[in-house]
Design a protein around this ligand. Structure first.
Ligand SMILES: Nc1ncnc2c1ncn2[C@@H]1O[C@H](COP(=O)(O)OP(=O)(O)OP(=O)(O)O)[C@@H](O)[C@H]1O
Length: 685
């Protein structure tokens, strides 16, 4: 809580009483919904079962959304309006969900409601009929400890909003990410409340609140567009399980429990069992592969050498080869692969029907279907337009250099083709093991063969700078009529297959009407650390500006040079010093080093956890050892980074990885090294 003028005890106790009343009202709402019988319709057919299940699920979710979370305050702010601004209410309490008194009177108003907007937007120069804004402070167990008033009618006054924001950012971290609903900043609010369409893409430096904005935007959209979104559903795609575990509690705390938070492989659902070299993963992720796959698939459609001879009784009907060639050529231009097979059979049958009519017969649709299913037509279709599985096409592409060269045309270089070919091709496509990048290619082929149907209502892509063109195409296919929130930072792109600038990303998603916005105020990282990390920007993202910090923290940054023998002791001492403060502590090092360093800390009696081992390390342990490749998106109050040069050397985009690692600290960053620092940093250190 920010230091401020003393609070009159009566007023504080009145506010506490109000909180207690609101809590009881929420408990009553929960009981009411829980006790309400779910309407069941009789009958056992699929529609009825589906409706009953949907009703039951909706009831469960509504009940869950009304559970009072003991550590999440029910409201966080209050607006006192000019009399008559809102019907019968001059004062509203703003919270994470709507609470009413049982007689229709609101006690707490949802932060997403239009009347709550001035809480985030009103200023002294544009006070939107607000007289006073009050912000509450709470203990860890959501006990109301105080409040701060900001009268908007006074011409000037200290900027309490900034002090409040700073206090909120620096509140020590204990466990997973928390919501920022009490302190959403105006530039963030613009994005949170942007309409469902068009797609929004947010470029933002580390700690500018992209993830927070994405999650609050989902909560906002579910509030304003619940009906529309419930049909297709909402999915958040994050880079890995550690990250998803870190963000998993934000939406439930905002009352939203029906959003899937998953990794891209879980969305695509084709299991990956092989790994790629970076270069072949890069080529496989490239947008040019879409053309290669298209040509490879359609090369299975041949030029029919023979027409057909269809016999019915004593009659013979001949469709000539050149006629079939014309039908095939026309269909290639107008259909996907699988429906093309059926269409070919029907068109040939139609040609037979025309011959029958010319002879004075009057065949109907049933005859056409019978002809289409007849043996000669089937045989011709199987020969000219064979059934193929995606795996079959990809297996041939990666094992047959001639086939690949033909499908690639001028699109791929000789080296790129070599990177795609298997050294030891599996014997058959059925026994092939596919990598993650392959699964995107299989997904593309599946859609070329038969158009994917259904669309998500909304999709959030976090850390989207790392996605390949082929991944983006697969994601876009799952959200053809929905919209996307794309979140990322090009400077943090660590994958060799990253698709590149945001306009290109939107193109791959087929959301070219998407809007690109930028967040440039870094809330997480103190000025000194931002300035230090930003020295890498000219090398890793020369077109991006340096983020603006919002706070400086005394002794935020230190660089400690040691020698190899003393490294472990220095790290133990650094972690001990960090643990002496409040909040979470991370030791981040190159993946190859981290297990050994964890053991060294454990031997010294520090009880560290290794991130990624159980999935809930950040909930349960103050000191977490983080492999550099898992640091993205996470944050800790204090961070110790070990041997930056090793982090850089570990992968092709090591400098980008180092930038990610250096920007994880909320209060203090200590860099410990025995090996020389990377050049860009050594000049400074
Ligand atoms: N308006 C705000 N009020 C309070 N805290 C905020 C606000 N905006 C951002 N933060 C805090 O700043 C930190 C960084 O936010 P977030 O993780 O969303 O940033 P990001 O842009 O996704 O970062 P990265 O690029 O590193 O993944 C979080 O602790 C978040 O709670």
């Amino acid at each position: 809580m920010v230091e401020s003028v003393p609070i009159p005890p009566d007023e504080l106790s009145a506010e506490r009483d109000f909180l207690t009343a609101a809590r009881s009202a929420l408990a009553r709402m929960h009981r009411d919904v829980e006790g309400r019988e779910v309407p069941m319709i009789g009958g056992e057919d699929n529609d009825e079962r589906f409706t009953n299940e949907a009703n039951q699920r909706a009831h469960e979710q509504r009940t869950l959304a009304l559970v009072d979370m003991p550590d999440v305050p029910l409201f966080f702010g209050r607006l006192d309006y000019e009399a008559g601004t809102i019907e019968e209410l001059d004062r509203i309490y703003i919270g994470r969900r709507h609470v009413h008194d049982g007689n229709g009177a609101p006690l707490v108003i949802d932060w997403r409601a239009p009347v709550s907007v001035p809480f985030y937007r009103a200023t002294r120069s544009d006070r939107q009929r607000v007289l006073m804004r009050r912000r509450y402070g709470f203990s860890d167990v959501a006990e109301l400890t105080g409040y701060e008033d900001e009268p908007l009618t006074e011409a000037d006054g200290a900027d309490q909003a900034d002090a409040f924001l700073r206090a909120e950012i620096e509140r020590p971290r204990t466990g997973p990410m928390r919501d920022i609903v009490a302190t959403i900043q105006p530039e963030q609010d613009d994005l949170v409340r942007a309409p469902l369409h068009p797609t929004v893409c947010v470029q933002g430096a580390p700690g500018t609140g992209k993830t927070a904005v994405g999650l609050h935007r989902v909560a906002y959209l579910l509030y304003t567009e619940r009906e529309r979104l419930s049909r297709g559903g909402v999915v958040i795609v994050g880079p890995n399980h550690s990250f998803l575990s870190y963000i998993r509690k934000v939406l439930p705390a905002l009352g939203e429990v029906d959003v899937r938070q998953i990794t891209i492989d879980e969305l695509i659902t084709l299991p990956a069992a092989a790994t790629d070299e970076p270069e072949s993963a890069r080529v496989k992720g490239d947008a040019r592969m879409a053309g290669v796959l298209h040509r490879a698939l359609w090369s299975y459609v041949g030029k029919p050498a023979n027409g057909i001879l269809y016999s019915k009784g004593s009659q013979r009907y001949r469709v000539h080869d050149y006629e079939v060639v014309d039908i095939v050529a026309a269909l290639r231009e107008s259909t996907r692969y699988a429906p093309g097979r059926n269409a070919l059979a029907q068109r040939i049958a139609h040609a037979v029907l025309v011959l029958m009519e010319r002879r004075g017969e009057s065949p109907d649709d049933r005859v056409q279907n019978a002809v289409a299913r007849s043996k000669p037509v089937k045989e011709l279709v199987d020969a000219a337009w064979p059934r193929v599985a995606p795996e079959q096409v990809l297996h041939r592409l990666f094992s047959d250099a001639g086939f690949l060269a033909e499908a690639a045309g001028d699109e791929l270089t000789v080296d790129e083709r070599a990177a795609l070919l298997w050294n030891k091709p599996p014997r058959s496509w059925k026994s092939a093991k596919w990598s993650e990048a392959d699964t995107m290619l299989l997904d593309e082929l599946e859609d070329l063969i038969e158009r994917r149907t259904g669309s998500l209502g909304h999709l959030v892509l976090d850390e989207a700078q790392d996605l390949s063109a082929m991944q983006l195409r697969a994601l876009g296919r799952r959200c053809r009529t929905g919209s996307v929130t794309v979140l990322g930072d090009l400077a943090q792109a660590t994958t060799p297959w990253a698709a590149g600038p945001w306009e290109r990303v939107l193109g791959h998603l087929e959301k070219t009407d998407g809007i690109v916005a930028e967040l440039d105020r870094g809330f997480r990282v103190p000025d000194q650390i931002i300035d230090f990390a930003a020295k890498l920007l000219p090398q890793i993202a020369p077109t991006l500006g340096v983020p603006r910090g919002v706070r400086s923290v005394e002794e935020a940054l230190s660089v400690v040079r040691t020698d190899h023998d003393a490294l472990a002791d220095t790290l133990v001492a650094s972690c001990r010093a960090a643990l002496a403060g409040e909040g979470s502590v991370a030791l981040i090092a190159a993946d190859e080093q981290i297990a050994q360093l964890r053991d060294a800390l454990a031997d010294a009696g520090l009880e560290p956890a290794l991130l990624g081992e159980t999935g809930d390390e950040m909930d349960t342990t103050r000191l977490v050892c983080v492999p550099a490749t898992l640091a993205k998106g996470l944050e800790f109050d204090a961070v110790v980074v070990v041997e930056p040069a090793r982090i850089v050397a570990a992968e092709p985009r090591g400098l980008h990885r180092l930038y990610v690692v250096l920007t994880r600290a909320v209060s203090r960053l200590r860099i410990v090294h025995a090996e020389p620092l990377p050049t860009a940093l050594s000049r400074l250190a």
